[in-house]
Design a binder for this molecule. Structure first.
Ligand code: DON
Length: 307
């Protein structure tokens, strides 16, 4: 299979729709990005990689960071984690409050905002401070991506902190149900900090490779999690990775994937490769519009969907 030809074909078809959709503006700093960008990267088990578009451009990974924090927390706490966060799709938008109230402060899954905030709280329990917890998360990303050059965007961090009323509400609601151990401010500050990490599609597709290979990085042969944990993370990505559009993503793309409001999406082809796409304009569910389309074209052209 000539992956470079396939990426070139996808780019040509995608170009006319790069003006469709809207950039996230509820975090004002995110609205300042060039909205018409597109990048796509593939990394294979032998380390070879293929790219198209601005694949070296760093962007705000936002909710993609939830895959890293969930992985880290699962490797520390194992099944104990599920006493505080579920593993079922929510069928609701990523920042919804309603379900959390009637389900007594236990978020449906680790990828909606409430669930990711609880996961951050569990990491804060172990690492104590905002900075130390952030350092451990970024060290983990450095390890899995074999890249020491991982950092966050201060501007985006402060912008989200200043405008993060909904996340504050989610955190306060969970605190009232005794499902947050640490100070609300500290937890959301840490959460916003890992959401504001910046990476390129080249780096993201490399970082996710261990999830395609039962928890072992196929290039360095390092194991990061058990194969059972890798199976679970992929399952939660498939069923919850795109919030109330997870069914739509499974239907059209057919891969475990995770989106972020910065316009990035990562996807896993088990036993074969990991992929990342970036295009900042979003569809109505808050997921990259052109990115989703590009991944759909990829699995259609290659027959590499899991179904
Ligand atoms: O908490 C938020 O709203 C953002 N930091 C992350 C949301 C997000 O990326 C949703 N994904 N599509």
């Amino acid at each position: 299979m000539n992956y470079q030809d396939i990426l070139n074909e996808i780019y040509q078809t995608i170009e006319p729709i790069l003006k469709e959709g809207k950039v996230a503006d509820y975090i004002p700093a995110l609205a300042q990005v060039n909205p018409n960008q597109f990048a796509m990267s593939i990394t294979l088990f032998d380390g070879s990689s293929y790219h198209i578009g601005c694949s070296d451009e760093n962007f705000s990974i936002q909710s993609i960071s939830k895959v890293f924090t969930f992985t880290k927390a699962l490797s520390i706490y194992s099944k104990e984690l599920y006493a505080r966060v579920g593993k079922e799709p929510s069928g609701n938008p990523f920042n919804s409050l309603v379900q959390l109230e009637y389900e007594l402060g236990i978020p449906r899954n680790p990828f909606i905002n409430a669930g990711a905030i609880v996961i951050t709280d569990t990491l804060l329990n172990k690492y104590k401070t905002v900075d130390e917890t952030y350092n451990e998360i970024s060290n983990f990303i450095k390890e899995i991506s074999d890249n020491v050059d991982i950092s966050f965007d201060k501007n985006v961090w402060f912008s989200e902190y200043k405008h993060g009323h909904r996340n504050m509400a989610l955190a306060n609601l969970m605190k009232s149900f005794n499902n947050l151990d640490n100070d609300v401010e500290e937890v959301v500050k840490t959460y916003f900090k890992h959401c504001s990490i910046t990476m390129s599609t080249k780096e993201l597709s490399r970082a996710m490779l261990f999830l395609a290979n039962n928890g072992i990085d196929p290039i360095t042969n390092k194991r990061f999690i058990t194969s059972s944990q890798a199976k679970r993370i992929n399952a939660v990505m498939l069923t919850c990775g795109h919030y109330d559009a997870s069914g739509d993503f499974a239907y059209h793309v057919g891969l475990p994937g995770k989106s972020g409001v910065g316009g990035g999406i990562v996807a896993i082809v088990p036993k074969v490769m990991s992929l990342a796409v970036f295009s900042p304009r979003l569809n109505n569910w808050g997921n990259s519009l052109a990115g989703t389309k590009a991944l759909e074209m990829f699995t259609t052209k290659t027959n590499l969907s899991i179904f």
